[in-house]
Design a protein. Structure first.
Lengths: 120, 120, 120, 120
């Protein structure tokens, strides 16, 4: 690969698409009132709404009830990264990108796990 | 009632609480990717999340699939007031407030329908 | 006032409008990346955006830099109620409602302070 | 580059980071009440809030007043992609990614413009 070529590769475009989905998911739903009572319906709604976006193959959201229980004083709290783990898979022109979010060092870290490159 | 008394009544506090729920519902979820495929799970998640809030008795969200169908060109659109009708009922110290949102003159109008005053 | 009359009063409608503004403000901007570097521009943008809404006379947002400083580990945090104090004034058909939000018992409490009723 | 290697490259991680910023920007601020009166303060607040995020070198937001004027019937509207053009530059481990959003075919298209690869 010529390092002077600034044209994005398919893998780079695929990772950009995955990043857009993560930013969307987090900032659309952060702040939503959440308790153990509505965790299941919220997980499902987040997954299905993000799966509408282009190139999105699958979204898995796990709202962590033990952390919710520990944080709730007044019946509910607001959804933030500390209360959920997420995996998003994107397929862009045959390249599949697996990305995830989980807490690391007190911060909800979003990362690219794998780039399964299309075989041409 | 003495018009010079600036202390809010129970009915006024109840209506303030109902207004907070409406602003929350609208601005938490406006912008969510939505299509007929995820309309049901999104309705349910909106209802259950807002019902967490204090004094909230019930929330009914109806995402209007015919308007979604008419608006969608690229597989999905973003949720706005034009695609949903909402009713929220709040009970504050025995006074029940019924509020609604529907399109009126091209604008999603939120209004107080009824204030069922507690009988003391 | 006949307690059996469920028609909302002007004061009740005014308080509903004020509540809508508060829910809007909180859930539109909760989650925004914030640090002392952008606190001023964010305060201004929140105030001016909510002042667009009908019947809104004035909005004052104070992002609390000492609480930001205490909370920030990684350069910034996400805006929540614990980092701001807000006052919103609404005028609806000559009745002015003063509302506020501040932390109380670990929770961002929104309340109606005064209802200055129109004089007829 | 071995196509069977699923480890993300620096360029791919850089593009993921840029995508996260775009999704954040769009879904944090979509729905904000906007008119020509608050367009300037909102542009500034969006830019400065996103610039807090890791690896973000610069953000430029241009809210398009002519499109606002054409869309506004009731004094203001809600911010969506049709009313703004955005450029975000990310630097991740020496690789600089330039990304943009503008309307294309009725849809706010986010894209990677350039990946300026670090020279080693």
């Amino acid at each position: 690969m010529d390092e002077s070529d600034a044209t994005p590769t398919v893998g780079e475009r695929a990772c950009f698409e995955a990043g857009v989905k993560f930013g969307t998911l987090y900032h659309q739903f952060a702040g939503t009132p959440v308790s153990p009572d509505n965790a299941r319906s919220l997980e499902r709604a987040i997954e299905e709404s993000i799966e509408n976006q282009p190139h999105c193959v699958g979204v898995t959201v796990d709202i962590l009830e033990d952390r919710l229980d520990a944080a709730i004083d007044h019946g509910y709290t607001e959804l933030t990264g500390e209360f959920m783990e997420v995996e998003i898979v994107v397929d862009y022109e045959g390249t599949e990108v697996v990305t995830s979010m989980a807490m690391e060092d007190g911060y909800p870290l979003m990362r690219v796990e794998e780039v399964r490159r299309g075989g041409d």
